[in-house]
Ligand binder design. Structure first.
Ligand SMILES: [Fe+2]
Length: 301
């Protein structure tokens, strides 16, 4: 083998890239080429060892084994690595001031009961501290959007969604509410609480390896839609929550922070047969023209 060159890492990368360069679909071609570059670049950057590559494959095998129709550990991994929110954010072409998307989570249920203004979506005995949520749905110029639909869901004060908790009534803390002609909405619920994402699988090991906690700051989920406007899947977060800086799945955005303010309003409470004091939260959802299609996905809660 006189004169033969020793194979270098860069030569391997070049051979592999070349072997995939005939993918007929241009998008697939781009994805494969960039995936190989990123993977090889990563291995070179960390000087990956053979036993570490084996550990990685074992980690991915466990991730597959724990996944089923209800549990999507790979998506949860994407969430805790920030990939879900990165892709969401890269693909949102919304103007400044528009209601921004965030993760959908796995606990959305279609068919929530339709509620009237000032109805209470808390139907359990001990869901938490009463809160009155009010606001408007507006277009980007500030004009009211009437007949917009808010699809709302949240946990009670034990951090569980009703479909995870036999002690809550069916569809507890869920509702669908339409704005009036002036774009107003109002509903009663409870003040949301922070809650943990599951750590009994490989994602738990990943969080532990990174010395990260598994908490999500308190939030209420919303899908806001209206004819002629782009539907937005998102969440509103309690600004004062102790986990607001470290959401396990990176769903928090500045424009999604809200204040729950304690309200001492005996008359308001009396009108709606609610205890006083209670909490108030106000938010205006700003929609932009478009269709109803959304691409949000996530398995975090
Ligand atoms: Fe959630």
């Amino acid at each position: 083998m006189d004169g033969a060159l020793k194979t270098t890492p860069d030569m391997i990368t070049e051979i592999v890239l070349k072997s995939y360069e005939n993918a007929p679909d241009p998008r697939m071609n781009l994805i494969l080429q960039e995936l190989i570059k990123a993977l090889h670049g990563f291995a070179k950057a960390v000087e990956l060892k053979p036993d570490e590559l084996l550990a990685a494959t074992e980690f991915l095998t466990r991730t597959g084994h724990i996944s089923d129709a209800k549990r999507h550990e790979f998506i949860l991994m994407s969430d805790v690595l920030g990939l879900t929110m990165l892709v969401e954010t890269m693909n949102d072409d919304l103007p400044e001031g528009a209601f921004e998307p965030s993760v959908l989570g796995p606990f959305y249920r279609e068919g929530s009961p339709e509620i009237a203004h000032y109805d209470n979506i808390s139907r359990g005995d001990n869901d938490g501290l009463p809160a009155l949520v009010t606001g408007h749905v507006l277009d980007i110029d500030g004009a009211p959007v009437g007949n917009a639909l808010l699809d709302i869901w949240q946990t009670n004060n034990n951090g569980l969604y009703e479909n995870m908790d036999d002690n809550q009534p069916d569809y507890n803390l869920r509702g669908q509410l339409r704005t009036d002609a002036d774009g107003n909405f109002a509903f009663w619920t409870v003040k949301p609480e922070a809650y943990p994402i599951p750590t009994d699988g490989p994602v738990g090991d990943l969080l532990e390896a990174g010395a990260r906690h598994n908490m999500r700051p308190a939030h209420i989920h919303f899908i806001v839609s209206a004819p002629g406007f782009k539907s937005i899947v998102s969440e509103l977060f309690a600004r004062e929550d102790q986990y607001i800086e470290g959401d396990a799945v990176f769903g928090v955005k500045d424009s999604l922070l809200v204040d729950f303010v304690e309200a001492d309003e005996p008359e308001t409470a009396g009108t709606y047969d609610m205890p006083n004091p209670f909490w108030r939260m106000h938010y205006d959802f700003v929609l932009v023209p478009g269709d109803r299609a959304t691409h949000s996905f996530s398995t975090s809660r």
